[in-house]
Design a protein around this ligand. Structure first.
Ligand SMILES: [Zn+2]
Length: 318
């Protein structure tokens, strides 16, 4: 059998995980793709106690639940709700609010939905370990409420607005008739206090591999000092409304980010913004691998590569 398949759409998801039993089997298969291994003694033979769905090791007799060590462990909320919440969070573009989740689940109440999203967000692994490479588009934008007072990139943001800097890899490919096309690769987003050369330079060195090519507009913050480790491609934009043509990838990201924050969450307080940016980046960088995102959120992504299963069922029948 190997690793279980990932559902292609919501209908399939609901059918596949229509019972607690089905969810627990999926957990078991994901955690022990090549057969049960006791976390205590590494024994590979266990009896499934079906009434409570725990595996009891035949060697040390310790009982292990497939939910142990996952986001669902010791939760009083139904496992099916956790699965549904993680699925929506991993695949539903552009994300989901606690209120929407509560409505989707149809039960549970707002507090539970909020709690689940909060726990699932903690499962989002930090993406900043590997830096972006190749050709990278960089720009900044304001995120939050309506602009008040001063405008412009040199000044601090108005109270309820936060300045965010973004970088996205630009991957080139040839289309069917041999024309050069571009698509977005991986993304980084960070709140910054201002768009000075110092702030931008710090973001660049944290986020982008030295020697990469960086595409920016003519803003003075993208100074020679800020970009000394990089090859700088400046694209001057004539008027502000042309920015989305000159920097299509990062501007599409910014557009979706604002739609998500303003439309889905009805704005975000600046102190909560970093968490929301992390969530947006998590989903964006895993948009091609929703199964990995789903499993990461639930806390069941196995460190092992997928292997042949078969052991798990035989462990039950031994
Ligand atoms: Zn054991």
């Amino acid at each position: 059998m190997g690793r279980p398949d990932y559902p292609q759409d919501m209908r399939e998801f609901r059918r596949k995980f229509s019972s607690d039993q089905a969810c627990l089997e999926y957990l078991s298969q994901s955690r022990w793709p090549d057969g049960f291994v006791c976390p205590k003694c590494s024994g590979e033979s266990a009896v499934l106690i079906a009434s409570r769905y725990v595996y009891q090791c035949r060697v040390c007799r310790v009982q292990t639940s497939p939910t142990a060590g996952t986001v669902m462990h010791r939760s009083h909320l139904p496992i099916q709700e956790w699965f549904w919440a993680a699925y929506l969070m991993a695949t539903h573009t552009p994300g989901i609010s606690a209120l929407q989740l509560q409505r989707q689940l149809g039960i549970g109440g707002y507090q539970n939905a909020w709690h689940m999203l909060h726990r699932l967000r903690k499962g989002m692994v930090n993406d900043t370990r590997t830096k972006l490479t190749g050709l990278v588009e960089v720009d900044e934008t304001f995120v939050g409420g309506p602009v008040k007072g001063k405008k412009g990139r040199g000044v601090a943001a108005a109270e309820d607005k936060s300045l965010v800097v973004g970088a996205v890899e630009v991957l080139a490919y040839k289309d069917a008739v041999g024309r050069r096309r571009e698509r977005a690769g991986r993304l980084r987003l960070t709140p910054i206090s201002d768009a000075s050369a110092e702030s931008l330079g710090a973001f660049l060195s944290q986020s982008i591999e030295a020697g990469s090519r960086i595409r920016t507009d003519g803003w003075k913050g993208y100074s020679d000092t800020a970009l000394e480790d990089y090859i700088h491609h400046v694209r001057v934009i004539g008027s502000p409304d042309r920015a989305h043509k000159r920097f299509p990838h990062i501007h599409r990201v910014f557009g979706n980010l604002k739609l998500w924050i303003n439309g889905t969450h009805h704005g975000v307080e600046p102190k909560h913004l970093p968490g929301y940016l992390d969530e947006f980046v998590f989903r964006f960088n895993r948009r091609q691998t929703p199964m990995a995102a789903f499993q990461t959120l639930l806390g069941i992504s196995s460190r092992k590569p997928p292997l042949k299963l078969g052991q798990l069922m035989s462990a039950e029948s031994k």
